[in-house]
Design a protein. Sequence first.
Length: 551
Amino acid sequence: MNTVSYERNSSLKFLNRYETNFTLFLFMIKPLPSLITLLLLLCAAASLAQTHTLSGFTISNKKAITPIYEGNEVKGYTMFYREDRPDTRVANYGLDFFDQDLQKVRSAMFPKERHFSHLLRRAYNGETFSFYFYNTRTKLLEMDVFDRSLNKIASKQFPLQSKADQHAALEELQVYRSGASKPLSGMNLYAVPNKGFIRNGYTGKMKGFSLEMYDNKLNLKWKYKSEERSKDYESLLVHEVTNKYVLATIARRPGNVSKKLEFFVAAFDVETGDNLFDVPVENGNMQQLSVSSFSFDEKKMEFIAMGEFYSVEDKELADNSQGFYVKRIGLNGKQNLAKFFAWEKDVYPLMPQEAKKSLKEDYENFVHKIIRGADGKQHIVVEQYKVMADGVGIALAVLGGGTSMVKGVIGNMLIYTLGPDLSLEKVSFFEKDRTDCILPPGAGAYGAGLIGQVINMNGGFDYQFTQEDNSQMGFTTAYINYKKIYKSKFRQKTLVNIMYAGNTQLITDNIDVSSSNEVVSFVYPAKPGYVLVLDRQSGEEKLEMKLVKLN
């Protein structure tokens, strides 16, 4: 195993978890053809670097490193950081590329105004990169777009359109300063595969929302304003953007302070911005439904909504759900099929005894991934969560602190396997130790489905990634189990890989990634047979990336 290391003379650091409001959403989810070709050539010519040590770096968020995929296989990684030079008015942002064996391929840097320019989001759409900033001196939003060779091809400034936009932008900056978690609303940027980017905004006093799409050269293609079509107060949560549709949940309430929320699922045409449909999640007044996932099935050309259901009398955050549901919605917004799976009747008979306990302890299911196999089966990867009163948060709130009085609690992993006819065939249960996560102020008023979205935005789940194979039959799902060490504030970290090879059995592989109590570890998918583990030594600006072979 070869080792590669290097140092930078200037102080290089990754944007930390709270700085720029969890903006470490790095952009490489789809293949990068020209770069992939270069990576493959370098792999053949260079000696393999299975471990890479970097000095002068700090990191606290795993999204600072993102895999580059070719199909479903990892062919390299991107690393994003900020270079802070003392006594200068310029902050340089940098991007490094590594191949699948951790050989550094290339770097690029671009300057921004130090102390005033704050990175809100970044995205990659398969053709171009986009960086979205807010400048507190000029009070302007700024967007820079680069091609695959990292040449700047467009730049644009956007004035804040309302006081609500200004409030949202300032809230983004306050998040990392106060140590709070990301609120549900924010200034977001979404990549449209190969076509451009969509940014959101707010109208009035957060009465409505706006969406704007720009092509890769930042030419405006369309703009949508909700308040032009509705008298309600509306909030938008985007679940997924495809090359055809924007999929979202819309929460509506009759007044600004009203707690009566109604939820709708909506789809927008990527080319025109037209609202294709906007339909309520619930049909009639027979039950309450939460929405944890809304996605598009390209094979069947249908939209899929998932969540949990309650009786009409239940309170969503106080009472247990009665089960989970899957709805398939056509392109016209009409429901094609709905399946409801009750815990007692349908799910419990397929579960081991130890799994039944957690479902009776007020846990909800958050959908991380839906894998649609070539055999027509669907594997739904979920992680349990619930909301509990936070004693520390309550005490600080009493003293006047702007903290949440509730916290998120993360439970076990489950995989539901559905047949081609959406019948529930199998429930696979994976027990792990409980972890807690911070929730933003006011989170106690969110519905169960939205709470899961907030936890996911803030990186509170233990789920790491799902990687499918090119046959579309098998997949690997990874999560970390944090086990509390007796009489210690540290936790032992075990990476658990759940592997499925197209048969009925799921097997697991456990790898201890603890290293030491002073090391923070992050895990990423890697080339076949490996995972990438990144270790950060506490108190040192030193990182170690290493490829770990699966058993």
